[in-house]
Design a protein around this ligand. Structure first.
Ligand code: GDP
Ligand code: MG
Length: 683
């Protein structure tokens, strides 16, 4: 297993994430990697609910990967740390968090289907964090698998150029274009790899593909270009070096082929990733901020003050643990750390090495490592962990708003306290889960990113925390906007008596509100100073106007849902001497906005989801009919190899229960992925 000596030599560490569209084979591929590297002695298959990486019970039951788990794989004097990322789109926050701390990514494609919608999502995330990426074209054993076409979908749909490094062939071997060798796999699980010269039958394919690879590299390397032009041989060393540079710069994306399930093509990819993918030391400097807002640089070295990013909080044996990636410095048990941007400090009780469901104590950790920390009570997802003497702030991880919620209550009153405690823990671990109390009904509402997301949370509450629950019907989260526009006045004129003291509160304001196009957000402008009836406002009064505008724009006029896509203009403010206290101004401005919104009229908006439904061809008709009855907008339909794919847009409110419905319509064979697109009018 991983030993500390190796970890200290950061040039030999590769932090790699495996990401893909659901069902492309991430978990199966990761299992093979664990097995071949000796990190796991038994291969668990996903369909048996046995996979080593899917260690949370919910994952086993649902056959999907929810929690990004870190697993260490020693491979040829290197240590590959694999972060298995979840495939279901409800959980993309997990992918994003792990992308942030990776040095490289392997994006798995289904060789029949090529790039799929969620591949595009993970691709965008990898691009955003500039993570060098490679492709593994999996399922080359399936009928209809086509390596070249899969690589073309990378160009067409991702706008990226993949360059083949290995090429899979029908009998389950791969041609290595740089090593100029042919690899075959035997033993029960493909663990025995045989290297041979390129067989005669594959010579033509090899030459064609090697030419393709060299031409791609020639665009970035003048020496290679010259050799190719003069038809001179290109040395392997030269190719590796060029590939290393273009991959790290994200100019080209190396591609490998094979089948995780049929055990071929995995080891040559692992071998090739070592020279191509960066070590933590190769990571470019990271921009950070000092508490004063000045720019500073964090360098990946074990010298210098500690800088780490908390990217995940997890309950482990009932205790709170923090996953962190170290960017600079070292960390030991007992160290006192500061949280960037806050004044709190706290003590790290223990530092662990993480390996899927197991953890191992460490005496110290260094920059580049991903570790699990115990004892931290305040540090949460996205926080920068730093030395109290050198506080810095890394860029925070973005969190999206939840789109669906439902009421829950404990089955018996005595479970109330336990339920609240458990919900608190879940909320801490997962920033996309929000627990609220409905002000009118007093119900407790849990909000999340989708039905499956919530279902998994409830299963955890019951199993892990032993809370029995009654769960209400799911309701979508709504927003409000304004249909037309209106201008109204708001006024306060009140006498307040406190003891013997009497104060008059008096102020008047006029506001115009106007609906904007979707996605525009809220804009507030105030021009009180330039209007004839306006007064010159002091800074305190101007601040009061701003706060009044904020109060007035919190909620829509119909149901009090969060207001979006509205422009608000404070046209005038009238000040009446000392009676126009900041409070009076604030109330008058908020009132003017509310009056104007009522007069203009509100409009409800609901979440619109983009979905992909994949069904057997014979179920296409019924599936389409059902989607139309949900008033889905059909964007695209294709049928290939007996499998139909429908791309649709549909209001989330009319998709509730769809996953279950689709299973019964297709006798369990239909697949459904969905992602939030925007808030819009749904009627
Ligand atoms: P994930 O959702 O990306 O983690 O995908 P899984 O690893 O869970 O695999 C999804 C399904 O595809 C499972 O039924 C696997 O057994 C199957 N699968 C994975 N790899 C291959 C492969 O190389 N060939 C074939 N034919 N099936 C595979
Ligand atoms: Mg999986």
């Amino acid at each position: 297993m991983a030993d500390i000596e190796k970890m200290d030599d950061l040039t030999r560490v590769r932090n790699i994430g495996i990401a893909a569209h659901i069902d492309a084979g991430k978990t199966t591929l990761t299992e093979r990697v664990l097995f071949y590297t000796g990190a796991s002695h038994k291969i668990g298959e996903v369909h048996d609910g046995e996979a080593h990486m899917d260690w949370m019970e919910e994952e086993r039951n649902h056959g999907i990967t929810i929690t990004a788990a870190v697993t260490q794989c020693p491979w040829r004097d290197h240590l590959i740390q694999i972060v298995d990322t979840p495939g279901h789109v409800d959980f993309t926050i997990e992918v994003e968090r792990s992308m942030r701390v990776l040095d490289g990514a392997v994006i798995v494609l289904d060789a029949v289907r090529g790039v799929e919608p969620q591949t595009e999502t993970v691709w965008r995330q990898a691009s955003r964090f500039e993570v060098p990426s490679a492709f593994f074209v999996n399922k080359m054993d399936r009928p209809g698998a086509d390596y070249d076409r899969a690589l073309e979908t990378i160009a067409d749909r991702l706008g990226a150029q993949a360059v083949p490094v290995t090429v899979p062939v029908a009998e389950g071997g791969v041609l290595h274009l740089i090593k100029e060798k042919y690899y075959t796999f035997s033993g029960d699980l493909g663990e025995d790899v045989t290297e041979a010269d390129i067989p005669e039958v594959h010579q033509a394919l090899f030459e064609e593909q090697r030419e393709k690879m060299l031409l791609a590299l020639a665009d970035f390397d003048d020496d290679i270009a010259m050799l190719v032009l003069e038809e001179e041989p290109v040395e392997a060393e030269q190719i590796w070096e060029c590939l290393r540079i273009v991959t790290r710069a994200r100019q080209l994306f190396p591609a490998f082929g094979g089948s995780a399930l049929r055990n071929f093509g995995v080891q040559p990819m692992l071998d090739s990733l070592l020279p191509i993918m960066p070590s933590p030391l190769d990571r470019p400097e990271i921009a950070a901020k000092t508490p004063d807002g000045d720019d500073t640089i964090v360098q990946m070295t074990k010298d210098g003050p500690l800088v780490a990013l908390a990217f995940k909080i997890q309950m482990w044996d009932g205790r709170r643990h923090v996953f962190a990636r170290l960017y600079q410095g070292t960390l030991k048990p007992g160290d006192v750390i500061a949280i960037g941007g806050r004044t709190e400090t706290e003590r790290v009780a223990r530092v662990f090495d993480v390996d899927a469901g197991k953890k191992k104590r460490l005496q110290h950790a260094v920059a580049g490592q991903i570790v699990l920390l115990a004892g931290l009570k305040h540090t949460t997802t996205g926080d920068t962990i730093c030395s109290p003497d050198h506080p810095v702030l890394l860029e925070r991880i973005e969190v999206r708003d939840p789109v669906i919620g439902l009421a829950i209550e404990p089955s018996s009153a005595k479970d109330e306290a336990k339920m609240l405690e458990a919900l608190g823990k879940v909320e801490q671990e997962d920033p996309t889960i929000i627990v609220e109390e409905d002000e009118e009904t007093g119900e407790r509402i849990v909000k999340g990113m989708g039905e499956l997301h919530l279902q998994i949370v409830f299963e955890r509450l019951q199993r892990e925390f032993g809370v029995n629950l009654r769960v209400g019907r799911p309701r979508v989260v709504t927003r409000e906007t304004i249909a037309g526009q209106a201008t109204c006045t708001g006024e306060i004129d009140r006498l307040i008596e406190v003891g013997a003291e009497r104060t008059e509160l008096k102020a008047k304001a006029t506001a115009n509100v106007r609906g904007l196009e979707r996605g525009a957000g809220i804009t507030v402008t105030a021009t009180p100073n330039v209007k004839p009836e306006g007064a010159n406002l002091s800074p305190t009064q101007a601040e009061a106007v701003r706060m009044g505008a904020e109060d007035g724009s919190l909620a829509g006029p119909l149901q009090g849902a969060k207001l979006v896509d509205v422009s608000i203009d404070i046209e005038s403010v009238e000040v009446f001497g000392t009676s126009s206290t900041p409070d009076a101004l604030r109330i008058a401005v908020a009132q003017a906005i509310r009056n104007a919104m009522h007069q203009a009229g509100g409009q409800m908006l609901g979440p619109i989801m983009k979905c992909e439904v994949v069904v057997p061809e014979e179920s296409m008709g019924t599936t389409l009919g059902d989607l139309q009855s949900r008033r889905a907008i059909i964007l695209d339909t294709t049928t290939e190899h007996g499998v139909s794919t429908l791309k649709v847009e549909c209001a989330l409110a009319r998709l509730l229960g769809y996953a279950t419905e689709l299973r019964s319509l297709t006798r369990g064979r239909g697949q459904f992925t969905t992602a939030f697109e925007r808030f819009d009018v749904t009627e």
